[in-house]
Write a protein that binds this ligand. Structure first.
Ligand code: FA5
Length: 359
């Protein structure tokens, strides 16, 4: 307010007053420069920090002068601002030089306080999630058997997830595949089997593929999670038999676990395979005696499988008379449970590092 008055006065009635105001500010800046330069010249090591705070700090004298520039006549502001800035920079450099001279530069004062013999801090190392590790191992085994890897979308159409797999609307098999819907015709896939259709639409036999990925269902207990991982596997060629399926799965299980792992094929039903089977592995938690995890059966189911239904071939335009094939869908969390002796599947997704860091 005062400045405004002075400026007005300067323009109208007393020009000398305005000039004087301008000069006062310039004088003040130069005076401050002289004072600071002298103080720096005489400063000892212990005076340096108070000097920095007094002249160069955020609440120091130079900052305060710069703030006052706002009240200088508009025409003089740029020149005065530059002057103050240049001087501040000069002083900052002089300060650094003085610090150096007195042996008080950055780190110089603290060196004596650092105990360089102390051992370094160990950085925590990350690792792959057990499910990711097992997924990679499963894929590597099938790649070793000549299967190629294909990936597909988690958000899938009703057509690929159900209809093309011989599961029309209102089929009872949909009950076990209740899932999360994006819209009536778009859902989070409940299994990796849609990848059979996508691959067969795209390529002609012979086919030998695996399709790893996430799948989703309304499920939750000690052996079920709402999101889990499957690896779909399928092979289409001429004269493929159930013996081929059994051979491939037996080799897989022997490589994943031990050659003497107990394994059984159980008759089952899937609308897209005929005949169908489910494969169980002897429960490692109880050695087959029966426990909470295997629901007292001594076995834990790890996959569903079967020979591809001719109706599925018809949907993708393969000749069911000329071709046959097998397919399977493995549950990765279950395999990891058996491999590591984990007795509750939900532990994988609680993000507890005490659990995860064991793998
Ligand atoms: C299927 O999902 C079929 N698509 C498998 C298949 C593929 C059959 C190709 C024939 C031919 P199923 O619903 O049984 O089948 O699931 C397969 C495996 O996924 C199960 O054996 C189990 O290991 C695992 N699984 C199923 N539901 C869950 C769940 N909620 N949480 C964790 N693992 C699960």
């Amino acid at each position: 307010m005062d400045t405004l008055k002075l400026e007005t006065a300067g323009r109208g009635l007393a020009p000398s007053l305005a000039v004087k105001t301008k000069c006062v500010m310039e004088d003040e800046i130069l005076r401050l420069k002289g004072e600071a330069t002298a103080a720096l010249g005489e400063a000892g090591k212990e005076d340096l920090e108070p000097f920095r705070v007094k002249y160069l700090g955020r609440k120091g004298l130079f900052t305060s002068v710069m703030r006052q520039l706002g009240s200088a006549p508009a025409a003089d502001r740029p020149r005065l601002g530059k002057l103050a800035n240049d001087i501040k920079q000069e002083l900052t450099q002089a300060f650094a030089a003085r610090q150096e001279e007195l042996g008080a530069g950055r780190g110089q004062g603290t060196a004596t306080r650092l105990d360089l013999s102390l051992p370094g801090r160990v950085l925590p190392r990350g690792r792959l999630h057990p499910v990711t590790q097992v997924m990679a191992e499963v894929c590597a085994i099938f790649e070793g058997l000549g299967f190629t890897v294909a990936e597909g979308p988690d958000v899938e159409t009703d057509f690929y997830n159900f209809e093309a797999l011989n599961i029309p609307p209102h089929h009872p098999a949909r009950d076990m595949h209740d899932t999360f819907y994006v819209s009536d015709a778009l859902l989070l896939r409940t299994h990796t089997s849609p990848m059979q259709i996508r691959a067969m639409e795209r390529e002609q036999p012979p086919l030998r593929m695996i399709a790893p990925g996430k799948v989703y269902r309304c499920d939750s207990d000690i052996t079920h999670t709402p999101m889990f991982h499957q690896v779909e596997g399928f092979l289409v060629d001429r004269q493929v038999s159930f013996a081929d399926l059994k051979g491939v799965l037996s080799v897989f299980i022997a490589r994943m676990f031990d050659a003497d792992t107990a394994i059984r094929f159980r008759p089952s039903f899937f609308p897209f395979t005929e005949p169908s089977a489910e494969v169980d592995i002897g429960c490692v938690m109880c050695g087959g005696k029966g426990c909470r995890v295997c629901k007292q059966t001594g076995w834990l189911e790890i996959l569903g499988a079967g020979l591809i239904d001719p109706a599925v071939f018809a949907k993708v335009g393969y000749d069911p008379e000329a071709y046959s094939g097998f397919a399977f869908g493995l549950g990765i969390e279950r395999i990891a449970m058996l491999k590591y002796g984990i007795n509750d599947i939900r532990l994988y997704y609680e993000n507890d590092l005490r659990f995860l860091s064991q793998f």
